[in-house]
Design a protein. Sequence first.
Length: 332
Amino acid sequence: MNINKMKDLSYEELRSLYREFLYSQNISKLTINTAYTDTFYLWRKGSKDLFWNTVTATDFENEAKNSLIKALSENSTGNVKSLVNSYLSHLRRFRLLLASDGAAERSTPKHENTANRTYTRKKKMDVDVPDPSIEQVEFYLAKWDGLENYHLQEDALNKLFFELCPKNTDIIDVLLKASTLNDFYSTNIFSIYPVAKHICALDIDARLKAGDVTLVGDIQYVPIGDTEKSFYSFATKYCSHHNPLDYPIYDSYVDEVLRYFRNRDSFSDFQDGDLKDYVKFKGILIDFRAFYGLDKFSLKQIDQYVWQLGKDYFPKNYGKKKRGDKYFVFNR
């Protein structure tokens, strides 16, 4: 079917055709469901002619961006500059259908046995994550600022780490901070006293102030009984809450996002295991910030952005736990 014939299709007919095309691209069901709606935003909020004039424009990028900004400004209460990138990415994908003259052949039968189907959702490259940009970071920082539960929990930790127990020479102070982090962040350390005792013995205050990145590795490995346990993510959090500008936090969401953009855009050539080496991890995050032109933001802000991005696009399954509990708030 050529483009002229596609233009004669109704709204629902075109969406149906596009959905078949999306399935032929072997992308995740989540992305397909989103694209099935968001691709046709200009049609719904404007007109059929506006949609077709935009997706077939010679200067597509500028025409699409301007049309989306106008439509979003008139119909959305969200951050328009941030929303544009998402809708624009869907229009770009639709243009792949135009380039194929509407050819779409599903890679699996329509009535396949779902018990035997291999779901592509597991493939990280199938997730359509918006390009990192100043607008995207500002959107997620505003989102962070707008959630009261984040602020209250961070304010409580700041009071504990900066005002009540700023030093790490008293085992009681360290035990209180370590226990609170373990609870707020659900880091699943079942015996917190050996961890606090280990931290206290390291004499870390001067190193924290200096931003010594090797300190994370020293805190990370804790002898408990006859074994040595590794508490890497916890160690990054403990350092970060003393010196947030020099110690970005590692967690699984950040890990997912950095590997995704490495595979997609080659912003760095690190190995997966490098993310578990804190010296390398911080360097990778700095490379990420530089590659996408985000140097105006601190590592703390980049950390908040990347974590929320991972939470949105690479969600974990926590069964029946609901929004608002500690798993939703700070499960890092």
